[in-house]
Design a protein around this ligand. Structure first.
Ligand SMILES: [Fe+2]
Ligand SMILES: [Fe+2]
Length: 261
């Protein structure tokens, strides 16, 4: 695993990855001073406040655990990747993910603290933490899980009645778009040189990850109060699933992978 820990010269060969690293340095923000934490927590007047906050806690808890996994996996990748531009870029992503753990953690503490982690999501995150090769970690975390998170953040940002949460999601989404950009660029370059057997192996792992996500989408915390009568969770889940799947197919096509591979 550590054969790429030390490189013997400083050369930034990969112009696009270096550009993302420069962009990451220029776009850093501080969760303490760039978010207005004095804003009151708001919920929709159409929904009982305790119910709204219980459901919000559950959703944000999944994000928060996911961000903790993203932080750990990103740090694991640094000694695994074989070029300096990727190492430097990933170091910028480590601080981005730390900031995401911080903002979601702080917000959760304002609404009662984290609640249960979806066991299927936990299974996926543990599988990715334990993966021994960078391509599996990258395709699972950076393209599949972060792609889904990005789509969820955007959806929630448009729907939320809470200005503080909107501000957080706006900032996190910009970082996540950059992370996704790196994952696609890096995998496209690495997989262009991979054998067809290796591509099939990665495609197989990817299909396993997608199955865990599909199972996770059917789970909801049994401790949650019943949803408000006017919420169409099934319809919203189906339309989000179809939209997320379309985006995923588009991202995988850019790398030359597909779920059926
Ligand atoms: Fe993140
Ligand atoms: Fe990320």
């Amino acid at each position: 695993m550590n054969e790429n820990a030390f490189l013997d010269r400083f050369e930034l060969h990969e112009a696009e990855e270096t550009r993302l690293y420069e962009m990451a340095k220029a776009e850093q923000w501080n969760a303490t001073t760039d978010i207005d934490w004095t804003q009151p927590i708001r919920t929709s007047p159409k929904i009982d406040r305790d119910t709204a906050l219980a459901w919000r806690r559950s959703t944000l808890s999944q994000f928060w655990y996911g961000e903790q996994a993203a932080l750990a996996i990103c740090a694991q990748l640094i000694p695994m990747v074989p070029d300096m531009s990727a190492k430097l870029y990933l170091s910028s992503q480590v601080i981005d993910e730390a900031r995401h753990v911080e903002v979601f953690g702080r917000y959760l503490n304002l609404i009662g603290g984290p609640s249960a982690l979806n066991p299927h999501l936990e299974g996926l995150l543990r599988t990715l933490l334990d993966a021994t090769r960078p391509e599996e970690k990258l395709v699972g975390m950076q393209v599949l899980a972060e792609g889904l998170a990005l789509d969820s953040f955007q959806d929630l940002k448009d729907a939320t009645s809470d200005p503080l949460l909107h501000q957080i999601l706006d900032k996190v989404t910009k970082d996540e778009s950059r992370h996704m950009g790196f994952g696609i660029l890096y995998l496209k370059r690495r997989l262009a040189k991979a054998s067809s057997a290796r591509r099939a192996e990665i495609g197989g792992a990817l299909s396993g990850y997608a199955r865990m996500i599909a199972e996770g989408a059917r789970w909801s915390d049994p401790q949650l109060p019943p949803p408000p009568a006017h919420w169409d969770l099934k319809g919203a889940g189906e339309s989000f699933g179809a939209h997320a799947l379309r985006n995923l197919h588009g991202r995988l096509a850019q790398i030359g992978l597909s779920l059926a591979a």
